[in-house]
Design a protein around this ligand. Sequence first.
Ligand SMILES: [Cu+2]
Length: 158
Amino acid sequence: MTAATRARAATAAAALACALTLTACGNGDGDGGGDGGGPELTVTGAFIPEPATGDMAGGFLTVENAGDTDDALVAATSDIAGSVEIHETVDNAMRRVDSLPVPARGALHLSRGGNHLMFLDLTHQPAEGDTVSVELHFATSDPITLNVPVEAATHTGE
Ligand SMILES: [Cu+2]
């Protein structure tokens, strides 16, 4: 196979992948940017470590984006918390951010020592074995509602 042939084959494969993505996205309800494939989000590995006190709890998960368009996590809500903030960790200090990117063909990882959800003003202290309803809101995609398990305080998700 010559280099030129390989290049043509790669182009054809990419075009086919785009066509498949467009077909899949045609099932959506028409929100978002319109042209081309939008973001296609899947959330995996969500958990909340049992908090030491009833003041606040952290939340960890991965948002995968199989689509061709960037998205961003912009907010979260939960029935156990008066508010849920999006935090990043810099130099061992966490701070609130307005959003975190979910790149096209990539993923947003919320993990211990890094980005996370922060549940504040807890209505009750979640205990290991509980399930917490959490709704994630995105810049483009529809909200995703999760039933997040509460794990042992030492759980890392690995
Ligand atoms: Cu935090």
